[in-house]
Design a protein around this ligand. Structure first.
Ligand code: ZN
Length: 256
């Protein structure tokens, strides 16, 4: 039998272990969505609004997981509930059809109020004031412009969405090469075809112009991000205007 002091010692040890685990962040507290999240998502996130009830619940769970794993920090900007919801939406929309997806290459999102280019190396920043994914010392960090983030979700007829754009860059980078070919989700037998398709379309864009944002003609990295924005923001239009690209994006994002 145990003596009273042995029992107390054992109990004390258990308490210490539990405290250690929580303090070390091994068990992360679950970040709950704000009270009015359904209202906010319905008002501002078209993708969410178009899901059925089961899909909405699944989307919310995925958002909760994302917000538990990734810190969102304001830099001279207040992070409001709506900003958290929009960033998490931008993260989940591209990978919604891919179960168990985790952005293992992202630890923190920095939210800036406006243009941040003056404070950061211009290399890697998107469309002057949109956002960027970090490299070097800023590895695993994303920067998003608060004004642009909100504007892109509010302006529904546009094919532009900065948050989706930046998360697509992370998906692209996850296989170790930043090249517009997301090997981590695209079957190997299609990668050559996708590369050719991107290069051909970029060359047509440069010659004839396009309904695709010309920022995508910069290189295959930007093309993949820009065409993915179009795919998630205006799928019917992309299907009508570019059926081949649409078909490949269905294959990439498993939305078929
Ligand atoms: Zn970009």
């Amino acid at each position: 039998m145990f003596t009273v002091s042995e029992v107390l010692l054992g109990f004390g040890l258990i308490v210490l272990i539990i405290l250690f685990v929580f303090r070390a962040g091994i068990v992360k507290e679950v970040v709950l969505l704000p009270d009015n999240y359904r209202e906010l998502l319905t008002d501002y996130v078209k993708f969410y609004r178009q899901l059925n009830e089961e899909g909405k619940v699944r989307f919310e769970k995925r958002m909760e997981h994302f917000l538990s794993a990734v810190k969102i920090t304001g830099v001279n900007a207040v992070v409001e509930d709506i900003d958290k919801l929009l960033i998490a939406s931008g993260a989940i929309i591209p990978v919604f059809a891919i179960p168990d997806w985790q952005y293992i290459n992202l630890h923190e999102v920095l939210l800036y109020p406006g243009a941040f280019n003056e404070d950061f190396d211009q290399a890697g920043s998107d469309r002057p004031i949109g956002g960027m994914v970090g490299s070097g010392a800023m590895q695993n960090v994303m920067i998003i412009n608060k004004w642009q983030l909100r504007q892109d979700f509010i302006n529904e007829p546009s094919a532009r969405n900065t948050a989706i754009h930046e998360f697509v860059h992370l998906i692209d980078k996850m296989d170790g090469t930043f090249d517009g070919i997301p090997e981590i989700i695209l079957e190997r037998k299609y990668t050559g075809h996708w590369k050719n398709m991107m290069e051909t379309t970029i060359s047509k864009m440069k010659t004839y112009g396009s309904d695709i944002d010309m920022y995508g003609a910069a290189n295959t990295i930007e093309f993949f991000a820009v065409i993915s924005e179009y795919f998630f923001e205006q799928p019917a239009l992309l299907k009508a205007n570019h059926p081949d690209l649409f078909e490949m994006l269905v294959r990439i994002y498993k939305t078929g």
